[in-house]
Structures are given as structure tokens and as C-alpha cells.
Ligand binder design. Sequence first.
Ligand code: SAH
Length: 258
Amino acid sequence: MTVYFIGAGPGDPDLITVKGARLVESCPVVLYTGSLVPKEVVARAREDALVLSSEDMDLDEIIEVCEQAHKEGKDVARVQTGDLSIYSSLAETTRRLDPLGIDWKVVPGVSSFQASAAALGQELTLPETCQTIILSRASGRTPVPEKENLKSLAEHEATLCLFLSASLIRKVARELKEVYPGHWPVAVVEKASHPQQRILRGTLDTIVDQVEGAGIRATAMIIVSKVLDHNEFRDSRLYAAEFSHGFRKARQGEEIDS
Ligand code: SAH
């Protein structure tokens, strides 16, 4: 018996992995985050499966479901939004399962920052302009370690993807303006990959009014990056004619890198 922690993807039921979908189809118990994972994602569960939403459960109750399934020798599909490596409560759950001798495995999913980039049609790294992506959140009711404060993250000028922060947009813009000029580009994607997806593009000066005006408070990704309006970047070396790598020999000139 195993508890499978499955990344459900950002919302579109087609954006779960084949492996994740097969497990949802085969597990006799399916426990999904009802507040964020749409019902269609777990609609592929078998007819006799016990399908439960964890929306109103606390951690003890979630563990009880796993324990009961363990006793009955039934696999559990624990289906959670996006990918389990980011703000998922995986760690606090698995450290409770280990002492109970319950096996578990993780199946990755498409994270909402990736679905947001796709919605924007945006590569988040650009040659010689930006080669780093920072995934973080603004500190609100949930504190963020002081060394990870937004201002210090912004100093890298990396692409910044902020989860769980839409309702804190005013604070985010204020803190980032201590490092960046007001015209620094920002995009907000609400419900990426859902039918109700909305995209706002603006700057640190405009985004607060845009987000508040649209009434966006949750299920939204804030992306702050110069890549959002940068067309003056160089082509990558990956497809450059003079560059050869493991799979392709250079057509002209010498090898630059590996
Ligand atoms: N593990 C998830 C993140 C869970 S935290 C993942 O990998 O995506 C919940 C936060 O994720 C939300 O506050 C929001 O910032 C973001 N989020 C989840 N689904 C989203 C979606 N469809 N579009 C935009 N942001 C989303």
C-alpha cells in the first residue's frame, strides 16, 4: 500500500501527467485539495473509488484517511495543485506517515508558475539578460525568513515569480520599488490554464490599481521581470550555427561551449 502524492497541475485537467492520471484512475482512495484542484481532474477516478475533498480537513483527518486505507491495503492518490515541491504541505504530511510505516511516493506536476509563463507566451530566462528564476512569496500572515525578504531577492534582477501574494500586491509593489524603477514590468496571471484565466500586464507603478480594479485576490501568479518587455536580447547559443554540443556538430567556426 502506498500514498501517491500527485501534482495535479495548475487547473486544466489535461495538464496532469500521464503517470498521475493513471494513478488517479487506479487508486481506490482519492483525496484531493477541493479548494484548488477542479473536480474534473479527479473525475477519472474509478466508479467504486472513495473520492474525498480535503478542503475541510485538518492534517489529523488527512492522516486518518491514509491510516484507514493502510489498514485496508488500499492505495491512496493524494492529489494537490501544481507541483508538490512548492507550498504543498508535503513535508508536514510525510513526516507523519513515516512513523506509521506508511509508504509514499511523489509524482511531479506542472506548477502554476509554468502555466502562467505559458499563458503569457513567455520564456522566463533570456540569453545574457536573465538566467535565474526565483520562486517565492510575500510575507503576510505566513512569515518569510528575513534573509529572503523581497528587497534582497529583487537585488538579483532575476525573474521573480510570487505565489500566494495577490492580496498583498500593494506591499509587493512598494517593497520592489525600493530596488526597481516604477516602469519595471510586472504581469499577473489569475487562474492560469482555467477557462476563467485572466492576464494583466503592467509596471510596478500601475499593477496595484490593475489588480485591485480587476478584483484579483487569490489563485494568481505575480511575475516581475525585465524579460517581460525585453526584445533586445541575443539569440541563445543552443541553436547558433557555430555552436556544437553533444547532439549537433558545429556547421562553421569553432566550438564555444559544451
Ligand atoms: N504547488 C502549487 C502552489 C500552491 S500555493 C504549484 O506548484 O503551483 C497556491 C498558489 O499557487 C496560489 O496562491 C497562486 O499564487 C498559485 N496558483 C495556483 N494555481 C494557480 C493558477 N492556476 N494560476 C495562477 N496561480 C496559481
